[in-house]
Design a protein around this ligand. Structure first.
Ligand SMILES: Nc1ncnc2c1ncn2[C@@H]1O[C@H](COP(=O)(O)OP(=O)(O)OP(=O)(O)O)[C@@H](O)[C@H]1O
Ligand SMILES: [Mg+2]
Length: 479
């Protein structure tokens, strides 16, 4: 059944037709009548039909191929609001990156939305293009042009055209970002090449101290919502993370979990493949917002500390010709490999990056935090330092829950002590648990982990004893 507004719309349309006919009649036969009568066709229907309609076409006149950004945002927004109760014909599609179906209304249907206590209607429709007589090209012709018609009472004009519509467009764009398939970019030469990023890691599966984990999650979420805060204090919307710890402790896994948590793309920057600072700058300004820039093994990527050392050596050098020659050769060697310098990287972090949009994390990883230049990791550049250590009992409990669905067990105390006495990575512990998890016997899995820990402890003891012996022999030889 047609709603009151629809009946009014029909009435207004009939009235408009009548008024147009009336105006034509006037113009033809009644020259000289007062001009306000000629204005009737515009005034009268707006008394009868006090609604404003704004049409958002799928394709604008200028961009016949590119879908209008406003239309896409509205489409996403309308698919998200739960006003389908009275809509009989819906369209369904699979959302990228998700198993769920996304519903949207079919052409010719209407969704009602509410804002500040009043109603807004979004009828959808399509204009059928007259099909071309005979197309000689094989290019498919897009016959139908879809649109949404924002319809609201004229007394709400300011609210609808201001906060309501801005909110719809903002939310629609946010939904698009959430639903898009994310990318992992790597640099080979001066360009980024993307692949679809699908990594199952989540913070839930990362084995580490739960308190530390919560702090990181809270920090990331606070960062992703802090656009206004960063703007108000005049700082670039970026945050630096340094993840450090031995190999296999979950640094790369945590980066994937960060990307999954925030829905960001990852730009995995291989510094050794970057020719010089100019190429570095060009790569970095290409990076879009909502992204994580990752530089793995920062200590191996560049001779970052060396660059500084050489500067100091330069002052000392020059006294004799041999050291001058050595310095020149060192500089040539450095230039031959990569000319990206510590100062180039720092300039990027402080300057260029700040100037090109926001919502970006930069993450450095290293196995040897003590080797890094303090300038690189000082607060302000690397805001958060996260240590991923060898597996201790708190991290083990996460793995036991994930792999064996165990919260406690009589063997836990023994494992806790053994983990303190050995240096086994979460990766190794996880491997032991996984090897037997499929058998479904948790006690057997824990026993085999205990056996592995005891073996590792014994090996470490033997290595230590061998080392002591070697040192003693060395001492005797020197004496
Ligand atoms: N803390 C952890 N929690 C859960 N799984 C982990 C953890 N650490 C490692 N793993 C598992 O071990 C494997 C290796 O981990 P990852 O690559 O993240 O280590 P890494 O710290 O980046 O090592 P590297 O320093 O060698 O790059 C991953 O497949 C991951 O599933
Ligand atoms: Mg790694």
């Amino acid at each position: 059944m047609a709603s009151a507004r629809e009946r009014l719309a029909q009435l207004a349309s009939i009235t408009t037709s009548l008024m147009v006919a009336w105006a034509m009649f006037q113009r033809s036969f009644l020259h000289g009548l007062p001009s306000f009568i000629l204005d009737y066709p515009q005034i009268l229907p707006s008394f009868i039909y006090p609604y404003i309609e704004i049409r958002f076409n799928e394709f604008s006149a200028e961009h016949l191929v590119l879908r209008s950004e406003a239309y896409s945002a509205i489409d996403n927004y309308l698919s998200s609001i739960k006003s389908f109760m009275h809509t009989k014909r819906l369209k369904a599609d699979i959302v990228q990156n998700s198993q769920s179906l996304s519903l949207s209304m079919d052409d010719g249907e209407e969704i009602a939305d509410e804002f500040e206590g009043f109603k807004i209607w979004w009828p959808s429709g399509k204009i059928r293009n007259p099909s071309p007589p005979i197309s000689l090209s094989f290019r498919p012709t897009s016959e139908d042009k879809r649109y949404y018609k924002l319809t609201f009472h004229k007394r709400h004009r300011d609210l609808v055209l201001g906060p309501y519509l801005n909110g719809v467009l903002k939310e629609g764009k946010a939904i698009k970002l959430r639903n898009r398939s994310r990318k992992l970019y790597t640099n080979a030469g001066p360009y980024w090449s993307p692949v679809v990023f699908e990594h199952p890691a989540t913070f839930q599966t990362i084995a580490m101290n739960p308190k530390k984990k919560k702090e990181i999650i809270d920090d990331l979420i606070a960062f992703s919502k802090a656009e206004d805060f960063y703007a108000s204090v005049g700082r670039a919307w970026k945050r630096g993370y340094l993840l450090y710890g031995p190999p296999g402790t979950g640094k790369s896994t945590m980066i994937a979990a960060m990307a999954n948590l925030l829905g960001y793309d990852i730009y995995d920057l291989e510094l050794t493949a970057v020719k010089d600072n100019t190429e570095l700058r060009n790569l970095l300004i290409e990076i879009s917002s909502k992204s994580i820039i990752v530089i793995e093994d920062i200590d191996c990527s560049l001779d970052l500390t060396g660059q500084r050392r050489k500067k100091n050596e330069k002052v000392e050098a020059g006294k004799d010709s041999i050291s001058r020659q050595k310095l020149a050769k060192d500089e040539m060697d450095t230039r031959a490999s990569s000319q990206v310098t510590l100062s180039g990287l720092l300039n990027f972090i402080d300057g260029i990056w700040s100037a090109c949009g926001g919502e970006r994390l930069i993450v450095f990883t290293t196995n040897y935090v003590e080797n890094l230049d303090p300038a690189l990791i000082r607060k302000g550049r690397m805001d958060v330092h996260v240590e991923l250590p060898y597996c201790r009992f708190d991290a083990f409990k996460v793995l036991a829950k994930n792999y064996l669905n165990l919260e406690s067990h009589t063997l836990f105390p023994k494992i806790s002590v053994l983990l303190e006495e050995t240096n086994m990575t979460p990766a190794e512990v996880a491997d032991h648990l996984m090897a037997n998890a499929v058998l479904g016997d948790a006690t057997f899995s824990l026993q085999s982990l205990i056996h592995a820990l005891e073996t590792a402890k014994e090996e470490a003891r033997l290595r230590g004893a061998e080392g002591d012996q070697a040192r003693k022999i060395q001492q005797l030889v020197e004496e």
